[in-house]
Design a binder for this molecule. Structure first.
Ligand SMILES: O=C(O)[C@@H](CO)OP(=O)(O)O
Ligand SMILES: [Mg+2]
Length: 423
């Protein structure tokens, strides 16, 4: 029987230049695989704990302790185990940690090992990661949520909403869909430059211009879609991640660029107005993680028309998603493995969502690496959607390029952009 022979972790860097964990797993048949853990900026309060060192290295952001936990306690526990039983591997780490949120070992330590074990298992079997994780059922190439204007805590500009994304719907396959996004992106660059604004990039590769309010980015994106030769709303639609937990101030939602603070109900009305004017198909974190009443109202007003994605709200947590489903909050969930801490728990959350007709959007973090695990993971779980930034930064392009590779390998893979938002 093949068993785990060695596990080791070291401190490497993410796309913001912050330290993160790279875990490496060696199997008894000689297979070696590694995985790098991503890290968020606009994190949900109830996310699993990311263990950071408290000393002065990297201004308190080091992950040496998390690496040490991998190199000592976690390896001691996992060496000798069967790598093909992912659920058991992940359960063993959960028990070893002993807390609800990986507060002792760190979710960054645990997730790194969890992903590396999955990858090593796939390599040992000589099959791609998506095939290992999803079997013959792994067939759906995800529709991108392609983030072309960055604001909020992902950029240093005037825009309050964090992400303005395009979704290529009316396309036969993934590569054509991706090409359309890239074309729109290049047109957008010209438009922004033509306005005399900076074409500097935010953390996820979208542009970060100073625009006068939070509607203006949508207007310029509409122009860019048309200039690229596509029909807004038919070929390409718009999605937003407001990341509104970051806007909460004095009991309301503070829109700095518009010099006003809105109540939940006013913000919901703001979205209704935007949705009436523009082809918006999805809004993520429209209200804050603590504002479940606001979410209820948002879902009542817009839930039958558009996708309402809970990110900070659900933090990829099966239990919290369960509460949301019971209360009829939102209709979709963002899936970020490091919010919950292991491959197995991520899959459990996706299964719960899919059983309850909640859409799933596989997602990167704003701090990413060259590791394209989520590309395979999205295909494996047939999430149908992926959010992984724009193609101007290597750590985002890595995911798109991996999806192009998977598309080619699958040959008969499905692209479901056209069906995604039809009732
Ligand atoms: O809010 C989000 O959806 C993510 C990814 O885009 O950002 P962060 O990783 O900073 O939480
Ligand atoms: Mg988000």
């Amino acid at each position: 029987m093949i068993y785990i022979e060695d596990i080791a972790a070291d401190e490497v860097l993410d796309s913001r230049g912050n330290p993160t964990v790279r875990a490496k797993v060696t199997l008894s048949d000689g297979t070696v695989a590694s995985a790098i853990v991503p890290s968020g900026a606009s994190t949900g309060k109830r996310e699993a704990l990311e263990l950071r060192d408290a000393d002065s290295r990297y201004m308190g952001k080091g992950v040496l302790k998390a690496c040490e936990n991998v190199n000592t306690e976690i390896s001691d526990e996992l060496i000798g185990l069967n790598p093909f039983n992912q659920a058991m591997i992940d359960e063993t780490m959960k028990k070893l940690d002993g807390t609800e949120n990986y507060g002792r070992l760190g979710a960054n330590a645990v997730l790194g090992v969890s992903m590396a074990v999955a990858r090593a298992s796939a390599m040992s079997l000589g099959i791609p990661l998506y095939r290992y994780l999803g079997g013959s059922n792994a067939m759906t190439l995800p529709t991108p949520m392609f983030n072309i204007i960055n604001g909020g805590s992902h950029a240093n500009n005037s825009v309050d909403f964090q992400e303005y994304m395009i979704m290529p719907l009316n396309f036969e396959n993934f590569s054509e869909a991706l090409r359309s996004c890239v074309e729109v992106y290049h047109q957008l660059k010209k438009i922004i430059a033509g306005m005399g604004e900076s074409t500097a990039l935010g953390d996820e590769g979208g542009f970060a211009p100073n625009l006068k309010d939070n509607e203006e980015p949508i207007k310029v994106i509409m122009q860019a879609i048309e200039k690229a030769g596509y029909k807004p709303g038919i070929d390409i639609a718009i999605a937003l991640d407001v990341a509104s937990s970051e806007l909460v101030c004095d009991g309301g939602y503070k829109l700095d660029s518009e010099k006003r603070t809105l109540s939940s109900a006013e913000l919901v009305a703001y979205y209704e107005n935007l949705c009436a004017k523009y082809p918006i198909v999805s809004i993520e974190d429209g209200l804050s993680e603590d504002d479940w009443d606001g979410w209820k109202l948002l879902t009542e007003k817009l839930g039958s028309k558009i996708q309402l994605v809970g990110d900070d709200l659900f933090v990829t947590n099966e239990k919290i998603l369960g509460e949301g489903i019971a209360k009829g909050i939102g209709n979709a969930i963002l899936i970020k493995p490091n919010q919950i801490g292991s491959v197995t728990e991520t899959m459990r959350t996706v299964r719960l969502a899919q059983r309850n007709n909640y859409k799933c959007v596989m997602s990167h973090r704003s701090g990413e690496s060259e590791d394209a695990f989520i590309a395979d993971f999205a295909v494996a779980l047939n999430t149908g959607e992926i959010k992984t930034g724009a193609t101007a930064r290597g750590e985002r392009t890595a995911k798109y390029n991996r999806l192009l590779e998977i598309e080619k390998e699958l040959e008969l893979g499905e692209y479901i952009g056209k069906q995604l938002f039809t009732k």
